[in-house]
Design a protein around this ligand. Structure first.
Ligand SMILES: Cc1ncc(COP(=O)(O)O)c(C=O)c1O
Length: 353
């Protein structure tokens, strides 16, 4: 959006080009506190906020701060590709728990109970999800809450797609289910997805002040503050008009319907209808075992390679997200590109015998 660009240019002209406080400028922390108050109905203070160099950096800092070797972290699959690697970099173990398409790719309490051990430290929830677009409803979170409290788990709620929700669904996360859950939940978020600012690298954590103070020390010895200019641009993004976000959500929803229609036309392919974000995660296992020119498609990686070579379309194999039956498509591209892409995909899939 133009007003965000203007704020960045103004920041340069005004000389906001020096180091800032490691954990972020107060103006941005206040904008984050206000946004969370407005959108979540939750009250935090400046010292509950740590601004980092992107959502990814926020997550990385939290894992480095909280996790010890041999801790176990529960990651419902399909999951965003970076979680297991980031967790394992700390020496902790990632415990991947497959969820089912018929459950909307959402973790059920009995599945959570089954994998708990005395070493379980954290549960990661990403809603709406990359790659499935699934969003946990209030009753589904409620069902998990009792186990979380009983086992004293920390929750990482990765809310990076929270503004991109379809059909007027309620925005809700674990921290919003009461004070005891708020105390044990860390919110990870950022401006990348909501404001088309992926390259600006501003993300943030909201949660317990003592933990975030420790995380800030880690950040201090790695990156120091996030880019000062991008921080001022993010103040404008959060405090400024939000109409562009609403328009963007509307456009994503239209594209999502189109993508689902095109996928339904491919024989044998099924797809969970996303509740938000800008991805679909269709099941393409009907193509596995088929071949073309002596080349057999054995799984999602083979299929993604084939579509790249034959159709010149980039999709991500489901295996990267812990579910080999599927492919992940992003529809954060124009309708023209989507139409052309699906024409090519349909032809390439039809060629498999
Ligand atoms: C689920 C999820 N979390 C976090 C991130 C990181 O976002 P950022 O670009 O702000 O680092 C992404 C980016 O793709 C994501 O999909």
């Amino acid at each position: 959006p133009l007003h965000i660009q203007a704020a960045a240019i103004e920041a340069i002209r005004d000389g906001h080009t020096r180091y800032t406080a490691v954990s972020g400028i107060n103006e941005l922390k206040d904008a984050i506190v206000d946004t969370v108050q407005k959108d979540y109905g939750l009250t935090y203070r400046r010292d509950n906020v740590l601004v980092s160099c992107g959502g990814k950096h926020a997550l990385y800092n939290l894992f480095q701060t909280l996790l010890d070797p041999d801790d176990e972290v529960i990651i419902p699959a399909p999951f965003w590709v970076s979680y297991p690697d980031m967790v394992e970099l700390t020496g902790a173990k990632s415990v991947e728990v497959p969820t089912r398409e018929i459950d909307g790719f959402k973790l059920r309490p009995e599945q959570l109970e089954k994998v708990l051990t005395p070493k379980t430290r954290m549960l990661i929830l990403n809603s709406p999800s990359n790659p499935t677009g699934a969003h946990y409803r209030r009753d589904e979170l409620d069902a998990l809450a009792e186990t979380i409290l009983r086992h004293n788990l920390t929750v990482l709620s990765d809310d990076i797609y929270y503004r991109i929700l379809f059909d007027g669904q309620e925005w809700v996360n674990m921290a919003m289910l009461g004070e005891r859950l708020k105390e044990r939940t860390f919110i990870a978020n950022g401006v990348s997805k909501s404001y088309c600012m992926t390259g600006w690298r501003i993300g943030y954590l909201v949660g317990d002040a003592a933990v975030l103070s420790a995380a800030s020390k880690i950040q201090s010895q790695s990156t120091s503050n996030p880019c000062s200019i991008a921080q001022w641009a993010s103040v404008a993004a959060l405090n400024g008009p939000q109409e562009d976000v609403e328009k963007m959500v509307q456009i994503f929803q239209e594209r999502c319907s189109y993508v689902l229609k095109r996928l339904a036309e491919i024989p044998g392919v099924t797809c969970y209808k996303p509740n938000g974000a800008f991805y679909v995660f269709p099941n393409f296992s009907c193509t596995f075992g088929k071949s073309v020119d002596g080349r057999v498609i054995k799984g999602s990686l083979d299929l993604a390679d084939y579509l790249m070579e034959k159709a010149n379309v980039a999709v991500v194999p489901g295996s990267a997200f812990g579910e080999d039956s599927c492919l992940r498509f992003s529809y954060a591209i124009s309708m023209e590109e989507l139409t052309e892409g699906f024409d090519r995909i349909s032809r390439a899939i039809a060629a498999l015998k």
